[in-house]
Design a binder for this molecule. Sequence first.
Ligand code: ADP
Ligand code: MG
Length: 408
Amino acid sequence: MPAPASSPGSSPDPAAALARDPNALGARLREVSQEAAARPGDVRVVHAPGRVNLIGEHTDYNEGFVLPVAIDLGIAIALVPTDDRRVEMTLAATGETLGFDLDAIGAKRGAWIDYVAGTAWALAERGVETHGFRGVLASDLPQGSGLSSSAALELASSLALSGGEVPALDRMTLALTAQRAENGYVGVNCGLMDQFASAFGKAGHALLLDCRSLDHRAIPMADPDLALVACHSGSPRKLESSAYNERRSQCEAAVAEIARTDQGVTFLRDVTPEMLEAARPRLDPVVFARAEHIVHENARVLAAVAAFEADDLETMGRLFYASHASMRDLFGISSPELDALVEIAAGVPGVIGARLTGAGFGGCTINLVRRAAVPALREAVMRDYPGRTGLTPRVFEVAASDGARRIA
Ligand code: ADP
Ligand code: MG
């Protein structure tokens, strides 16, 4: 694996370095697994990245557009395949080992192994052959922070369950299978964006996905002066799953009302600003605001792609701030902490744009920054954020990276 462009630095997890060091992770596996110690030549290492979303938030389940970037933080699994239909995995960070039988996966248990078991379940449902393994997992991706550790875990697991290779599926089916694991087994009703990004990541590129047609395109981020910086608010996402489901139902409520007069509307993707305005008197004000975010956010994704392709960073910046304001004021998924991070960033010369990234309610912001201004942004956040919130932030520069793959 190439040296990372950045390191999480203040990561509290000393095992995180193993996620970037396949040799050391393989050695750790040989310590915890007799099978690996006996067959060191059969040890493989797979890796799947997390992601930031540049723009297009909560648009995926509305059949709209998203623009994520797979990043150089992710989950690595060292594994040795076995023929015993048993999966056992140890977390490098804690030493905890959990497992299951591929022929008796059973119900979810409310633990991290659910993401592995759910992936095995979803692969079997697709008719893909799976194999037992002993594995050790290391991650340098913060969990539960909107950088999509769950999708990274699903994608890394799908390779581990296929003997350390990419399963015999096209990449879109692979992403859909991982989404199915999270929806149908873990019970999280997420859209396709996260699994898509972890499967399709491409170094130096953002990834445009049309969540209706599943058409996608890699958009070069060629400007050498441009850096991507994630700022972690230090606050876990709160009320996330109930609030997420509530947003989904509000979007559906808007569609149901608009479809009474505009046939053919099946998702907010189909709704133009004019159609929405015409329906305003009939919509509950909160439902209207939710729909207004989605309708304009979809347009912002397409405008952002055009701006990227024209290397028009000023426009990108305006779109970032407009997206954040819309998530704060209309969609109601920001938090005082995320707002503080965006406000601090906006005051730093050389920061082009900032917005919350991921589902919201906590987690991270993503910042488009002129490379020379990265240290100033880091300093401003570390200096001003704790006083405003009582929380400790983390600042990482991230680089657009390749998708799930075998790395050793
Ligand atoms: P996100 O995808 O934004 O990081 P989620 O809540 O969707 O947040 O997924 C987080 C869950 O994924 C964790 O609660 C845990 O079950 C699992 N997970 C992610 N990374 C790891 C890890 N390094 N070790 C164990 N479990 C992990
Ligand atoms: Mg997730």
